[in-house]
Ligand binder design. Structure first.
Ligand code: PLP
Length: 452
């Protein structure tokens, strides 16, 4: 009865998996909003270094992890795969529940897996400074850590509501030498526009992205870095699923159900894409993305072309979206409040390779509390969505009397999110589902865009 399954450092995967090589239907290209034509790699060059643009469009199945990236990943990888015996016992389920613990990284989540790679590729391309946005602050802290490792400057635009709710994340960024400002900020013309409309604007990921991109294209030796959504980001995260595959094999198991929470899709794609590949090749496995009812991108948003940001400065991406004008309710799962979704995750949903489910905030925190009181670790609010789904599946296995194997991603710990647990335990958290009328209004604006 092993509780944790470790891989040795020498058994850690040496290449990332690129699902673009195996997709049954290729990804539609991003489009230039002005012309409606596919964008070319050189059009991305003002914001991304060429080596990452190459990865973005690559259809090579495996891409080697450079030694300098490997060196940093080894600070906390391979991450443990844990069997949740206590949770299973609490639920009285015959299911075997496994969780991949990505909370063991320096920043406390899966985000450093791509932050390290992105900082490295920018460094070798001669870039001196990065700009980025962050919601809950997990990504901002991860990229600050990674930039520090490679000697790059970093400026982080943090959604104001989270900046105020989560001061410790800013302090983490500063500890690693990063600079963090609340968004909308007076530092960019986009930020000033939103502040003029409302000086107390709570911000959104879409606005913070617009600010970070504006800063990037108007500054010297600077590129932009994104913590989710893009193809290369998800590819860097596949280290999670590749390790988990090997670890489950050591335990003599293969999953019936694989679960991840989905904000922009990076930890979900990172854990599940190696299993989606198996499914494409005939394996039977259910793969579930779990998202909040307050931002139901995959469960209610159409598959459409939309901007990646609020100001409309990015190319049009083929994805599930509830509209780039979305300003989220201030729930605590900050990292899941993005209006769009990774084009790769959107594509595999359209192809019926994955499912999506939405959960209310209160049930996700109830699940997180059960997890903390059985397995001990306090999960990030985002991670609670995956746990709520895993618990639901484990209960189903009990009803059906089946010994199912459930694999889920523990995308991060919640030790810096304790005020949200406080709010939950004192009965102050309320459920919120984005009304269908609001979604209908938000997506009206997308009718003018071509359909993927
Ligand atoms: C712990 C944690 N899990 C999940 C997410 C959601 O992001 P993604 O969907 O890209 O994994 C975030 C985003 O900040 C996060 O911090």
């Amino acid at each position: 009865m092993e509780k944790k399954i470790f891989l040795t450092e020498k058994d850690m995967p040496r290449a990332w998996y690129n699902i673009q090589a195996d997709l049954p239907n290729p990804l539609p290209p991003p489009l230039n909003p002005a012309t409606g034509e596919p964008i070319t790699p050189d059009m991305l060059a003002p914001i991304l270094p060429m080596n990452l643009i190459e990865q973005e469009v690559s259809t090579e199945r495996w891409i080697d992890i450079p030694d300098e990236v490997m060196e940093r990943l080894l600070m906390y990888r391979p991450s443990p795969l844990c069997r949740a015996y206590a949770l299973e016992q609490f639920l009285g389920t015959p299911a075997h529940i496994y969780y991949k613990n990505e909370g063991v990284s320096p920043a406390g989540s899966h985000k450093p897996n791509t932050a390290i790679a992105q900082a490295y590729y920018n460094k070798i391309a001669g870039i001196k400074r990065l700009t980025t946005e962050t919601g809950a602050g997990q990504w901002g802290s991860a990229i600050s850590f990674a930039c520090n490792q490679f000697g790059l400057d970093i400026k982080v635009y943090m959604v104001r509501v989270s900046y105020n709710q989560k001061p410790y994340r800013r302090i983490m960024m500063e500890t690693w030498g990063g600079r963090c400002v609340p968004s909308p900020s007076p530092d960019t013309s986009v930020g000033r526009k939103f502040l003029a409309e409302n000086p107390e604007h709570s911000g959104s990921l879409g606005i913070a992205i617009s600010e970070a991109i504006e800063d990037c294209v108007t500054s010297k030796d600077t590129k932009y870095s994104l913590g989710s959504v893009l193809n290369h980001v998800i590819m860097h995260q596949t280290i999670i699923g590749l390790e988990a595959e090997k670890q489950l094999a050591i335990a003599g198991e293969y999953p019936d159900v694989v679960i991840g929470c989905a904000g922009g899709g990076s930890n979900f794609g990172g854990l599940t894409f190696p299993f989606v590949r198996d499914k494409i090749h005939g394996k039977e496995v259910r793969i579930i993305a779990s998202e909040p009812t307050s931002c139901p991108t995959l469960t209610k948003g159409p598959y459409t072309y939309d901007f990646g940001d609020t100001a409309g400065t990015t190319p049009l991406l083929p994805m599930h979206s509830i509209g780039h004008g979305f300003v989220p309710a201030p729930i605590h799962a900050g990292g899941l409040r993005y209006h769009g979704m990774a084009p790769l995750v959107s594509r595999v949903l359209m192809d019926g390779l994955i499912e999506a489910k939405a959960y209310n905030q209160v049930e996700t925190f109830s699940a997180g509390l059960i997890f903390a009181r059985t397995e001990g670790f306090i999960p990030a609010p985002e991670t609670n969505h995956a746990i709520a789904c895993a618990i639901e599946e484990a209960k189903r296995a009990k009803e059906e009397g089946k010994e199912k194997v459930i694999l889920m991603n523990f995308s991060g710990h919640g030790i810096i999110d304790l005020p949200s647990y406080d709010a939950f335990m004192s009965g102050k958290l309320e459920d919120y589902s984005l009304p269908d009328e609001d979604i209908a209004e938000l997506i009206k604006d997308l009718e003018k865009f071509p359909k993927p």
